[in-house]
Write a protein of this length. Structure first.
Length: 143
């Protein structure tokens, strides 16, 4: 009986900022200037709200944390600590989820107290309702 072995040498990347060798992850994505373990995001604007969707399949929603501080929305994930299991003759593990933190600067028109979130089918959907900008008209008298 023959075994199937995949040849995959460990890739070596050079960190363009520090000139050092980086083996494996994290890899800097040249096109979006982000780390590869950050989830992809879609942003859609309507008249009444911004809709933010993050692709985070396979994560537990209890470990996702969403916070707003100083007009910055932070979505973070911290996986539970896993113990090493030895099942049968397994010798190689590739499953694993890395922690991430992604931040978005919010416009002043977003109401941070009314943000809602839902996690369905691997998509974290956030609704960021807008508030109407209060236009202040003030007359100044000439002295």
């Amino acid at each position: 009986m023959a075994t199937l072995v995949r040849y995959n040498p460990t890739p070596v990347f050079f960190d363009p900022f520090f000139g050092t060798r980086v083996v494996g992850r994290p890899v800097i994505n040249r096109y979006r200037n982000t780390l590869t373990n950050q989830p992809a995001a879609n942003v859609k604007e309507t008249e009444t709200a911004f809709h933010l969707a993050l692709a985070v399949p396979g994560l537990k929603k209890d470990n996702l944390k969403i916070s707003v501080e100083n007009n910055t929305l932070t979505v973070a994930y911290q996986p539970e600590a896993q113990t090493a299991e030895k099942a049968g003759n397994s010798a190689h593990y590739e499953f694993g989820v890395q922690a991430f933190e992604r931040r978005f600067r919010l416009p002043k028109t977003v109401n941070p107290d009314a943000i809602t979130a839902a996690y369905t089918d691997g998509i974290l959907a956030l609704e960021l309702p807008k508030v109407e900008e209060q236009k202040v008209v003030k007359e100044i008298t000439i002295a």
